[in-house]
Write a protein that binds this ligand. Structure first.
Ligand code: GDP
Length: 444
């Protein structure tokens, strides 16, 4: 247990009903005992852990009446002795109590230091701590859901299973390498190849979740394209539910990309209206067109809006930008009674709102995918990169079986094992750990 006892306010600054001051470390109970006078006849040292006791909390300059709870090491959040005060809300009440903790020997906790101690004491993996940060910082339901899956060691569990399999294979390979019989080495390599292939497939399956995980974290980018006056701005407004883009019936007035965000099924969708992508002699419009092209290039999904019943001619420039991105063909102004051309995904009316629910469903399905949301926990680029690197090392090992000496194959296997350890934290560098915990707030 580290020498120092740390203390911090765990609740956010500002006014609220209740605030929490927490301490962790070897002196946490002793300090709490000095500043807490329990109601009734019970003495602090007789407190049962995990139970809330009412009483008077001595702060610097005043007292409050609140609750005190102890969590005994190692069965606490940090794995150390933890004492918490639940006091009345308002920054000054909690700050006064914190000052008292300092006066009695605790020091101020750094960002994420409670969770860092939990990690160092083996209470959670590094990926789990990252999941916690994702939950706290999550801006959509999907992000919080993914953060919770990470936090509850979903990824760590799968990664550790791969590591365990690898370790077993490594033990076999090492043993065979120690006995320099040609035959044994050959046989071991023969058996090793399919076993490594199986682990590589598991890692590939995990890594493939990043396509969706990335969208959970940063949202799905939707580009609204189409000729001027087809109703792109009106559609955007309809989807956003308020007037944001400027609606005008003069062609070419939507010069800038307008951004708005909606949530579909808990996932964020970032919508961009684009100026028409077409040749133009107008300088200002040319800038708008360049911007629009960049949006289409970086979009996850493109919505092509048309109001022509005949079906618009394909715009070669636009279609080369779209490439193989998912495309939604939308027929707008359905309220005017026209028939949607063949190949239309949905007929809608920005004016009446007709077809909007269908459009949201299509956006979710084509933009986010039908994959189960419970599988979307690979949201961190760091995890994805480590999986890719581990997969490469495994491929080298696999290809080396029976070709290179077993020792060299084992070296690649070890590299794969260590790379996977960066996810769980076993082999993560101090710099990486530092960066992860700096994303937390003080008091977590
Ligand atoms: P944009 O240039 O593609 O962004 O098109 P706007 O959103 O500015 O719309 C062009 C014109 O079409 C405006 O006069 C809108 O009021 C009109 N408009 C847009 N959507 C609809 C619709 O669903 N039905 C009808 N009848 N008019 C629409």
């Amino acid at each position: 247990m580290p020498e120092e006892t740390i203390a911090a306010i765990a609740t956010p600054p500002g006014k609220g009903g209740v605030a929490i001051v927490r301490m962790s470390g070897k002196d946490a109970f002793a300090i709490a005992e000095k500043m807490f006078s329990p109601a009734g006849k019970r003495a602090v040292r007789d407190f049962a852990p995990y139970r809330l006791y009412p009483g008077q909390i001595a702060a610097e300059g005043f007292s409050d009446y609140g609750l005190c709870v102890f969590f005994r090491a190692p069965h606490s959040y940090t794995g150390e002795d933890v004492a918490e005060f639940q006091c009345h809300g308002g920054e000054n009440v909690a700050r006064g109590i914190l000052k008292r903790c300092f006066a009695l020997g605790a020091r101020g906790a750094e960002r994420g230091e409670f969770t860092r101690r939990a990690f160092l004491n083996g209470k959670l993996s590094l990926a789990s701590a990252e999941g916690l940060a994702d939950m706290i910082n999550g801006e959509s339901d999907a992000e919080v859901r993914a953060g919770y899956l990470l936090y509850s060691e979903t990824l760590t569990g799968k990664v550790r299973a791969c590591q365990d399999e690898l370790k077993e294979l490594l033990a076999g390979a090492d043993a065979a390498a120690d006995y320099p019989e040609e035959d044994l080495e050959e046989r071991t390599a023969e058996e090793l190849r399919p076993a490594l292939g199986k682990i590589r497939a598991e890692i590939s399956a995990l890594a493939s979740g990043y396509g969706q995980g990335k969208k959970v974290k940063s949202g799905v980018t939707v580009a609204l394209c189409g000729k001027p006056n087809t109703g792109k701005s009106s559609l955007l407004n309809r989807l956003l539910g308020y007037e944001k883009a400027i609606v005008s019936d003069v062609a070419g007035t939507t010069r800038d990309a307008v951004e708005g965000t909606i949530e579909i099924g808990g996932v964020r969708f970032n919508l961009y209206d684009t100026a028409g992508i077409r040749e133009s002699g107008d300088k200002i419009e040319a800038i708008g067109i360049e911007r629009a092209e960049n949006i289409v290039r970086s979009a996850d999904i493109v919505v092509l809006v048309s109001d022509e019943t005949e079906g618009a001619g394909e715009d070669a420039r636009l279609f080369s930008l779209i490439g193989d991105k998912p495309l939604v063909r939308l027929f707008n102004k359905a309220d005017l009674g026209g028939e949607a051309p063949p190949g239309t995904d949905a007929a809608v009316s920005a004016l009446t709102g007709e077809g909007m629910e269908k459009l949201r469903e299509i956006l979710y399905e084509k933009g986010f995918g039908a994959r189960s949301e419970d599988a979307a926990f690979l949201v961190e680029e760091r995890h994805f990169k480590a999986l890719v690197k581990a997969r490469e090392a495994l491929l080298r090992a696999e290809e080396g079986c029976g070709v290179r000496p077993l020792e060299l194959v084992a070296a690649d296997m070890t590299e794969a094992w260590e790379t996977l350890g960066e996810i769980t934290g076993e082999t993560a560098s101090e710099a990486v750990i530092e960066e992860i915990f700096s994303k937390f707030c003080v008091g977590k």
